[in-house]
Design a protein around this ligand. Structure first.
Ligand code: GDP
Ligand code: MG
Length: 236
């Protein structure tokens, strides 16, 4: 089943980065959480509520791994879901277990997947988030990641909740920015259409009047008055 306009925010990251944990922390969604990959098989949605009745929809997009654009793992199907989100949150475990990719490497693997899959996807607004900062007394791993990828990185812990209010506000302002851009684009499209201010045309409804079929009782496509087709009127 296709999921339409999935969410304002899509969480991407390698398996185990902490996507499901984060979603369950900031919303009432209850995705499966475990310390092995592929615990979540379907995109999970949650509503995030901020102060002042501000809310947005966050989706956990699971299973994005190396080779996903070619259909490896579960990624291919899920990449399509990310296409419909306004903002991408790229979540990275800055204290990966032995044998798992280091933070900067994890970032590159996912970025490469996004880029190979579609330029449109790769061009989306992205927030880079360093997760699991509770596992160290210092933010050294976060600084290292930020320097290695030359990007601003938000530090959070989905377990303790550190950094989550800054994270929420950041997402809100980015979503608002994208929404405004979408509205401006829709407005521009309306201005370009010279007929945009005309009332909607009546639905096409052939009317039969004494053997004459009035094909369209409104305007025809050239803006002229109704065409009368009386080819059936020969029996009158
Ligand atoms: N210490 C710590 N562990 C975390 C944090 N977030 C997730 N985990 C653990 O990392 C593992 C993978 O988390 P999960 O949310 O399932 O990752 P996902 O595969 O990206 O959805 C689980 O064992 C979580 O308990 C965090 O902020 N701090
Ligand atoms: Mg998960």
């Amino acid at each position: 089943m296709e999921l339409k306009l999935i969410a304002d925010v899509g969480l991407v990251g390698l398996p185990n980065a902490g996507k499901s944990t984060l979603l369950s922390r900031v919303s009432r969604a209850h995705p499966k959480i475990a310390d092995y990959p592929f615990t979540t098989l379907n995109p999970q949605l949650g509503i995030v509520e901020l102060s002042g009745y501000r809310r947005f929809v966050m989706a956990d997009i699971p299973g994005l791994i190396e080779g996903a654009h070619e259909g490896a793992g579960l990624g291919d199907e899920f990449l399509r879901h990310i296409e419909r989100t306004r903002v991408i949150v790229h979540i990275i475990d800055v204290h990966p277990l032995e044998g798992q990719p280091k933070a900067a490497e994890a970032y590159r693997v996912i970025r490469e997947e996004l880029e190979k899959y579609s330029h449109k996807l790769a061009a989306k607004q992205e927030v880079v988030v360093a997760n699991k900062i509770d596992l160290s007394d210092t933010l050294e791993a976060v600084t290292d990641l930020s320097e290695a990828i030359d990007r601003e990185v938000l530090a959070i812990s989905g377990v303790t909740g550190q950094g989550l209010s800054v994270f929420g506000e950041k997402l809100w302002s980015m979503i608002e920015e994208v929404r405004k851009r979408e509205e401006a684009k829709a407005d521009a499209a309306r201005v370009d259409d010279p007929f945009s201010n005309l009332p909607p045309r009546p639905p096409f409804e052939p009317v039969i009047e004494g053997g004459t079929i009035i094909v369209n009782p409104g305007l025809n496509d050239d803006g002229e008055t109704a065409i009368k087709d009386d080819s059936n009127g020969d029996n009158q």
